[in-house]
Each structure stands twice: as C-alpha cells, then as structure tokens.
Design a protein around this ligand. Structure first.
Ligand code: PRP
Ligand code: URA
Length: 209
C-alpha cells in the first residue's frame, strides 16, 4: 500500500509559506524550492540501503557506511519538477537525471506527453519523481506509468503541495509508490488548481506569467 509521508518540519512550513505568497518573485521562489527539496530529500532517502566499506581514519581502521547513491535516478516532470532537481543533486551528486515532459491540457486538465529521456539503466535504479504540484494526479500517474513501462520497480513521488484528489488517484493507480509532500491542501478549484496552493508552479519558477 502506498504510504503518504507529510514532511511538515517547521523550516519546510516556513519556507513554503513564503513561496505561497503572491508577492514572492521567481528568484526567491526558485531558491526556496531548492532549499525545501534538500530538506525533503533527507526524508525521501531516509531508508536508502547502506553498504559497509573498510576505511582508514588518521587514527586507525574502521568499518564505515556508504549509501549506494550511484543506483539512484531523479526524474523531474517538466517543467516545474526541474525546480526540485538541484536540491536533490546537492544531496546525492552521483544520481542520474531523466526527464519526462508533460503539460496539462487547459480544457480537459488531462496531461499530454511531449518528451521522455531516461537513463538507459533506469530499471535498475531507485527513482525519485519530482513535481511540486500534485493536483488531479494525472501528470504524476502518467509519469509513473511511463517509468513502469520501462521496467522501473522502485519509485517514489516527491511533491511540494498536494490536493486530496491527486493523492487518492496516485494511491489507487500506483499502490506501490510512496508519496512525499510538504503539505496537503483543501481541494481543487474548477480549473483544477490547488486551493489555496501557490498558483502555477512552472510560471512562478520560470517567470513566464
Ligand atoms: C503542472 C504541475 C504538474 C501538473 C499537476 O504542470 O507542474 O506537472 O500541472 O497537475 P495534475 O496533477 O492535475 O496533472 P503544467 O501542466 O502546468 O506544466 P508546466 O510545469 O510545464 O507549467
Ligand atoms: N499545476 C500548478 O502549477 N498548480 C496547481 O495548483 C495545479 C496544477
């Protein structure tokens, strides 16, 4: 069963509140999203397997632990998911990065695929899909389905703000995928935007409106 992790650390809530404010400009919005991604990344990677290695400290030998970071991939859903990549790469610099391009049709609110480029060995990796907004859940569900078609068996979804509708859809269609969010908001409006949400994440990151 898919587990919903709400990462409501005070520093994340503080930064998210600034992001939500309509006066916050793109530069600060991007920076805050990156900072939150690092903080959320700690929880998303909390149970990564460790492997023992033998090392020498200046004082003597010891058995130390290392994570198998080379076996991770970060897959942002374009565009807005890009805003969470740099923070995760600060945490796991050796992770590979794939890209899935989806946009929502403005009338139907259904996702349309326009791009997909993934690491060749994606099926052997733990994949973290990033998208700040989980609204109807259509984009995330389609991205997860595309990854599973490529043989991915170990995948997590990392979002910033989610609507209950989106969480329910992902949990119904992808019960094997854990979801990590910083906040669960009230609902969707008639345009399928999250209320109160933070507006259009892609436009706020890239300053396109
Ligand atoms: C936004 C957002 C998600 C999607 C969420 O992308 O970044 O990908 O909508 O909505 P859903 O859960 O209802 O599918 P958008 O289509 O606006 O594209 P953009 O990131 O390129 O602006
Ligand atoms: N996409 C966004 O960027 N924001 C929402 O509230 C819903 C979908």
């Amino acid at each position: 069963m898919s587990v919903l992790h709400v990462i409501d650390h005070p520093m994340i809530q503080h930064k998210l509140s600034i992001m939500r404010q309509k006066e916050t400009g793109s530069k600060d919005f991007r920076q805050l999203l990156k900072e939150i991604s690092i903080l959320m990344g700690y929880e998303v990677t909390r149970d990564l397997p460790l492997t023992d290695i033998q090392i020498e400290t200046p004082i003597g030998p010891m058995t130390a632990s290392r994570v198998l970071g080379r076996k991770m991939a970060i897959v942002p859903i374009l565009r807005a998911g890009l805003g969470m990549v740099d923070g995760l790469l600060d945490l796991v610099p050796v992770a590979k990065v794939g890209h899935i391009g989806l946009y929502r049709n403005e009338t139907t609110h259904k996702p349309v695929v326009y791009y997909c480029k993934l690491p060749e060995d994606i099926q052997d990796r733990l994949v973290i899909v990033t998208d700040p907004m989980l609204a109807t859940g259509g984009s995330s569900c389609d991205a997860l389905a595309m990854l599973k078609e490529r043989g991915v068996a170990n995948v997590r979804l990392m979002c910033l703000v989610a609507a209950p509708e989106g969480i329910a859809k992902v949990q119904a269609e992808h019960p094997d995928v854990d979801i990590y969010v910083a906040a669960v908001d009230e609902r969707l409006n008639d345009d399928a935007y999250i209320v109160p949400g933070l507006g259009d994440a892609g436009d706020r990151i890239f300053g396109t409106k």
